[in-house]
Structure formats: structure tokens, C-alpha cells
Write a protein that binds this ligand. Structure first.
Ligand SMILES: [Zn+2]
Ligand SMILES: [Zn+2]
Length: 329
């Protein structure tokens, strides 16, 4: 039987609809799961994304791109394919894309997380025949705690730093993680600042109902930072920008902080295990829940997960040509 989706050099392609999902290169029609740079690339002719992803995509790729937003759950016909977007629970506006051709259903997950996250739409389980699943954290050592526990850990660390008279510098990716971290900060502890890369996304989140404490832009040279919380992307970790926050305790919020030695290698005082991806049990729960007869793994080292699923009698394999990952979390 002809499958709804096939692998082309640019990425996953739907012959019946003439579109790609999260493609590389330059294609005419790109359906994009979310606004992270390893999924939303510049240079395509037309973009289709979820409604709440649209303003984020334009902030990332430019207001002049040709892009359309579609409501979650709404089915649209592209050629002979029926297509709908469903919340992936990864960051605001992130989608799983359901593609049905001739009664056969594929769901392409993008990045996803079934655990609750107050900064984005809740993950929706979508039944399908073939599930294309990311597997960034596809090892049993990855197990996340509830986000409220991590927010408490971050606030407790901040409070300790206030008492010691030093600033708190928390690294978090500028889109998604930074907003999630900011939402959980207790503004009664002290003033909150964020790097300029974080600010443009805040109004988009607020429009979707995510509430933040007051977040300021740090002004050049203005000097007293003791007791402040400063949220910044990891890209400026070693840059001059961070130097003005003298004596700051340095933390990082990421799923990678669960890896032994990751904190020490990066010269951080604290690592907070907060991920926007599914952990091991989240992956298994979703994969089972889709009812899919066939699982194709992308974005990560999926061999251990594929082997585990095969031992459980599931038809699972890595999707060809999709091993590389240079993403944001
Ligand atoms: Zn992502
Ligand atoms: Zn990704």
C-alpha cells in the first residue's frame, strides 16, 4: 500500500498533498510543527502552522513570510490528503500533524510532552496507524518530576542567593523554556530580568492566557544586581553580556541536566531538570496510547527505544535520514 508520507532528502513528504513536514532546504509547501529552529527553517514558499504558533514563527523568520495559521482540530484538505493539527504540549503553539490519505493515518509528532505544562496547550493523544515520534530523551534514566517541584527548587535557590547577597543567573532557551521558567518565578523574592532575546515572545504568550510576573530588561551599566533573577539563553553563557552580573550564581534549566556531569562540565552552580520533551515513560505511554501498529523514531538516538519496543512486539525503527539533531530544547 502507498503510505501517506515518505522520506525525501528535504524531510517527510506527502505525495498526495504535495507538502513537507518540518523540511530542510527550500520547498513550496511546509507544514511546521513548532517555531524552534530545527523545525521552522527559513526559505520555504508557504508555511502552515497552528494559530498560536503563527506569531512565534513570524518573530523567528520575519513578518514578510507567507504563512497561515490553522485552529487545532480543524481538518483541511490539501490535494487528496486530510490534514489537522493537534497540541503537542512542547511549547506554545506546538503541534502534532495528522495526515490521512485513503483511510490510512499518520501522525507526525514534532517535539512533544504529555506532562502538564502551564505555559502551553495540553498534549492531545491522537489515534493513528503510523506514529512518527521524537525520542530526544529515549532512555530509561530520563524521568521528569512535576514542573511545580522544579519551580519550587528554582525559587528556593533564588531565595538562598538573595540571602547571600548575589544575583541568580538562570539559563533557559529563549523560546519555550524561558517563558516556562518565568511563569513559575515567585516575584515576592526579588526583581526579575530577562535577556532581550526572551522579551519579544512574552506578549504572544500573554495573549494566549499565560501570566508572567513583571519582567524587566536589564539596562546597560545600571549596577545593583544582588538579589535579582536574570533569565538568559544559553547562547550568552560565556558572552560579555553576563559579566555585568558580578558574583552571580549560575543555573541551567534543561532536561540535559539529568545527565551526570553535565552541570560540572558547563561550570554551573545548579542544574534544574526541566524539559519540554517526553521522558522515557512519557514516550512509552504516548506510543502505546496512539494505538499505532508502526512507530518511526526521529530526533535522537532512538536505537535503545526501538529495541525496547521491538521486544514488546511493536514494529519500531529509526526513520531514515533523520538522525541528526541540532535543536533547541
Ligand atoms: Zn522543539
Ligand atoms: Zn526539536
Amino acid at each position: 500500500m502507498d503510505e501517506p508520507m515518505i522520506v525525501r532528502p528535504e524531510g517527510l513528504y506527502c505525495p498526495a498533498g504535495g507538502f513537507f513536514i518540518d523540511p530542510r532546504g527550500r520547498v513550496d509547501k511546509a507544514l511546521v510543527t513548532h517555531a524552534h529552529s530545527d523545525h521552522a527553517r527559513p526559505g520555504h514558499g508557504n508555511y502552515l502552522v497552528s494559530e498560536s504558533c503563527l506569531p512565534l514563527l513570524k518573530l523567528r523568520l520575519g513578518q514578510e513570510i507567507r504563512a497561515e495559521g490553522i485552529a487545532y482540530g480543524k481538518v483541511c484538505k490539501i490535494g487528496d490528503a486530510h490534514v489537522s493539527f493537534h497540541p503537542a504540549g512542547h511549547i506554545l503553539g506546538s503541534s502534532q500533524i495528522r495526515v490521512e490519505v485513503g483511510g490510512r493515518v499518520w501522525v507526525v509528532s514534532g517535539d512533544y510532552k504529555p506532562q502538564p505544562d502551564q505555559s502551553c496547550e495540553a498534549f492531545e493523544l491522537v489515534k493513528c496507524d503510523v506514529f512518527v515520534s521524537e525520542c530526544t530523551f529515549g532512555l530509561p534514566v530520563y524521568r521528569w518530576q512535576e514542573e511545580e517541584i522544579i519551580h519550587q527548587q528554582i525559587n528556593a535557590w533564588w531565595q538562598e542567593n538573595v540571602e547571600a547577597g548575589r544575583p541568580s543567573m538562570l539559563f533557559a532557551y529563549s523560546l519555550g523554556k524561558a517563558q516556562r521558567v518565568l511563569r513559575g518565578l515567585d516575584s515576592s523574592i526579588g526583581p526579575i530580568f530577562a535577556h532581550g532575546a526572551v522579551h519579544p515572545f512574552l506578549p504572544v504568550y500573554e495573549k494566549c492566557g499565560v501570566q508572567f510576573p513583571r519582567v524587566q530588561k536589564p539596562k546597560e551599566g545600571s549596577g545593583e544586581w544582588a538579589g535579582s533573577m536574570i533569565v538568559a539563553p544559553p547562547a550568552v553563557e560565556d558572552a560579555g553580556w553576563t559579566r555585568r552580573f558580578k558574583g552571580a550564581s549560575r543555573g541551567f534549566a534543561s532536561g540535559w541536566m539529568a545527565v551526570r556531569g553535565a552541570r560540572r562540565r558547563r561550570n554551573l552552580d545548579r542544574g534544574f531538570v526541566l524539559s519540554d520533551h517526553a521522558d522515557w515513560s512519557g514516550l512509552l505511554e504516548v506510543i502505546k496510547g496512539t494505538g499505532a501498529e508502526c512507530i518511526k523514531l526521529i530526533h535522537g538516538n532512538g536505537e535503545p527505544l526501538a529495541r525496547y519496543l521491538q521486544e514488546c512486539g511493536v514494529d519500531a525503527s529509526m526513520l531514515d535520514g533523520s538522525g541528526e539533531r541540532t535543536g533547541e530544547e
